[in-house]
Design a protein around this ligand. Structure first.
Ligand code: PAF
Length: 284
């Protein structure tokens, strides 16, 4: 039996972290919403390598879901998650309930001015406010030296890095490459919503990113042409609706017309009822 401590309250978590820090340990936080897949486990493996005290938080954060989104149906598998995190060597699993993080009277949120005006922030207007708020709370509760996030949520990582800088959190942010299925589909808890047919169509996301990379290598540097080719790949699959496909500056997230320097490409596509995202660095 692998031992992992389960902590449910803010006070207990802060006490644990204070003890850990006093004894000179490096605390690494992997914040998650649970329902682990290999992508989450790769973040934990990285954390295990670079820290002494690996804390994995599991909290499906209501503040980052708008009414009508999938907060209620978001997949949850708590017992299974604990076993998986323990196997990866987590020291602590922090699982607060909603009242613990958002007690009655809660009214303080973190808003970034510009970054959420792009990409996912357009169709999910409360998302980054919710993410920035809960992540800053986790930072104050877990007091990590290092926090680890997946590159699959590219905009989230950019937002968190900015927030860390702006709010003077003394925390190193480490990002870990997207973990993919053998056919290229980025791993996501939401992949579990897909029917067999939709799962097949979902391959078009990675295919369109790879095509973009090939076009750029073949000297097409007009972003609108590349986006057009990517859109056609996705639209050739039934039941897909493109939310956005963008090629943009990796730091400001502002759209680029001509790819004359490093660029990031990202897309969000609805397949049936499931919204999937993916991204890739474009290199010429
Ligand atoms: O990426 C996620 O799972 C969530 O957005 C996060 C960072 C755990 C905040 O709720």
């Amino acid at each position: 039996m692998i031992a992992v401590e389960i902590i449910k309250t803010v006070k207990e978590m802060q006490k644990h972290s204070d003890r850990s820090r006093l004894s000179g340990k490096t605390i690494v936080l992997v914040p998650t919403m649970g329902f682990f897949h290999e992508g989450h486990l790769s973040l934990m493996r990285k954390g295990r390598k670079i820290g002494d005290d690996l804390v994995v938080s599991i909290f499906v954060n209501p503040a980052q879901f708008a009414p009508g989104e999938d907060f209620e149906s978001y997949p949850r598998a708590f017992e299974r998650d604990i076993g998986l995190a323990a196997k990866e060597g987590a020291d602590v699993i922090f699982v607060p309930d909603e009242k613990e993080l958002y007690p009655d009277g809660f009214q303080t949120y973190i808003n970034l001015e510009e970054l959420p005006k792009h990409l996912c922030g357009i169709s999910r207007p409360v998302f980054f406010r919710g993410v920035a708020t809960v992540v800053s709370k986790l930072f104050n509760i877990v007091k990590p030296d290092i926090a680890i996030f997946g590159q699959k949520d590219y905009q989230q990582v950019v937002v968190i890095r900015r927030m860390v800088k702006d709010m003077n959190f003394d925390i190193e942010i480490v990002d870990v490459p997207t973990f993919r299925e053998p056919d290229g589909l980025a791993m996501s808890s939401r992949n579990s919503y897909l029917t067999d047919k939709e799962r097949d169509y979902a391959r078009s996301l990675f295919k369109s990113l790879k095509t973009a990379q090939t076009l750029l290598k073949d000297r097409t540097n007009d972003a609108s042409k590349i986006i057009g080719a990517a859109s056609r790949i996705i639209e050739s699959c039934p039941e897909t609706v493109i939310d956005y496909i963008s090629i943009f500056d990796p730091e400001t997230l502002v759209d680029m017309k001509t790819i004359d320097r490093p660029a990031q490409m990202a897309l969000a596509v609805k397949i049936g009822k499931t919204r999937l995202i993916d991204n890739m660095r474009l290199r010429s």
